[in-house]
Design a protein around this ligand. Structure first.
Ligand SMILES: *Cc1c(COP(=O)(O)O)cnc(C)c1O
Length: 408
């Protein structure tokens, strides 16, 4: 499909000399696994017994009636064990680590979701596990840190730079260079040097495979549009992949933050603020200054504030196969509230970006059309942020009384 990890001019594998052998070993383990007909079957079995796959495709009748346009179907990645699509990637990489005979895994995490998923995988497979997490994110996502530690992972707060995701990636690479013979780096999204974008897309493609079969079974037709939020791009590529050769429109939704015009956002592809560069081992659109310094990003969703984006999505933007949009923090919180009220579903703030964009567009589609929204994860983890956004007085009092309980 691509030559040495290039998707037209994006991707590649820009790594220090010392890691070349490790990447070759990883690439050949991945290629071997793909050629082995039992491997995908083993992966599907593991995900069925451990992570509730296949996840349902839910018809959202009340939301569809509310907007009065196309029919809305929701792919329920929130029902995975650990609450998001990230399980698909980490469990798949766990099987590869086993094949390579390694005993230790490391990972970076932003929202903490990938850290929890990796710690879960390590506990299940019996691997040692170290998680690098920006200090800011450690504070924002304390409950996730708590569970990673319970599952036996060592959580290392990263104090460099903006103390968020990109700094943790740098730190995880430093660890890998030191421990590459024993250790596998579980990259959390379809970014980074080859073969990671391809590998992560491969495991996440289970989402679209299921969704395509499910929508055909339930409606007898292909969806008019498919919406997915875009952090690094793994859930979007996962659901889009099975539909690339279909007429369905594919829409990736990035973090519009406080609004594109304010500069406080993470829209690398949907705004004109992104530019092509090489960083963190690969070539893509980054939010960077003219001298290549990475800019600070902002999103209400901790999982969408990364400065880079999958080289595969950068390529699909340039070919026009995927349209990119941005949803603002405000639109996202409103979309979450409406979805909870109408359907009893609580999408993650990340996933709510896809909902917000779909809600802007679905009313103008004919009722004979269907759309799929990928609910990449569940929003229970976001209760602190969401309750703050709604300035919920009783929640504030609950937090205060908890805090008093600890002071006493
Ligand atoms: C991590 C995360 C994302 C963003 O990652 P992608 O690689 O872009 O999918 C989106 N939704 C949820 C629920 C997440 O946890």
């Amino acid at each position: 499909m691509q030559d040495r990890g290039y998707y037209s001019r994006f991707g590649g594998c820009f790594i220090p000399e010392v890691l070349v052998r490790t990447f070759e070993q990883l690439t050949s383990a991945f290629e071997d696994a793909k050629r082995d007909p039992t491997f995908w079957a083993e992966y599907v079995r593991l995900m069925a017994s451990y992570s509730g796959r296949p996840t349902p495709l839910t018809f959202a009748g009340n939301l569809s009636a509310h907007f009065g346009g196309g029919k809305i179907y929701i792919k329920r990645e929130d029902l995975n064990h650990t609450g998001a699509h990230k399980a698909n990637n980490v469990m798949g990489q766990g099987l590869l680590v086993q094949r390579m005979g390694k005993r230790r895994v490391i990972a970076e995490t932003g929202a903490g979701q990938h850290g929890v998923a990796t710690a879960t995988m390590a506990a299940k497979f019996g691997f040692e596990c170290t998680i690098y997490m920006g200090e800011v994110d450690v504070q924002r996502q304390r409950p996730n840190v708590f569970w990673m530690q319970r599952m036996g992972a060592k959580v290392v707060p990263v104090r460099d730079g903006a103390r968020t995701l990109k700094d943790s990636i740098n730190e995880a690479f430093r660890d890998w260079v030191t421990n590459m013979d024993t250790t596998h780096y579980v990259l959390g999204t379809a970014c980074g040097p080859h073969p990671f974008p391809e590998m992560v897309r491969y495991f996440q493609s289970i989402v679209g495979q299921e969704a395509r079969q499910q929508i055909l079974e339930q409606t007898g037709q292909l969806p008019r549009r498919i919406y997915a939020c875009v952090g690094g791009g793994s859930n979007a590529l996962g659901v889009f992949n099975a539909f690339l050769d279909d007429p369905s429109e594919l829409i990736g939704v990035e973090a519009g933050g406080k609004g594109i015009a304010t500069g406080h956002h993470a829209a690398r592809l949907a705004s004109a603020d992104g530019s092509v560069g090489v960083a963190q081992g690969y070539k893509t659109f980054f939010l960077q200054n003219e001298d290549g310094q990475m800019r600070e990003t902002h999103s209400v969703a901790a999982g969408l504030d990364y400065v880079g984006v999958s080289p595969i999505l950068a390529h699909l933007k340039e070919t026009g196969r995927v349209r990119f949009e941005a949803a603002t923090d405000r639109e996202v919180v409103d979309a979450l509230a409406l979805t909870a009220r109408k359907e009893g579903l609580i999408p993650a703030l990340e996933s709510s970006h896809a909902f917000a964009q779909a809600f802007k567009e679905v009313g103008s589609l004919p009722q004979s059309d269907t759309i799929i929204i990928n609910q990449s994860g569940r929003g229970d983890k976001d209760i602190f942020t969401v309750a703050d956004a709604f300035a919920d007085a009783e929640w504030k009092e609950f937090i205060r009384s908890k805090a008093r309980g600890y002071d006493a």
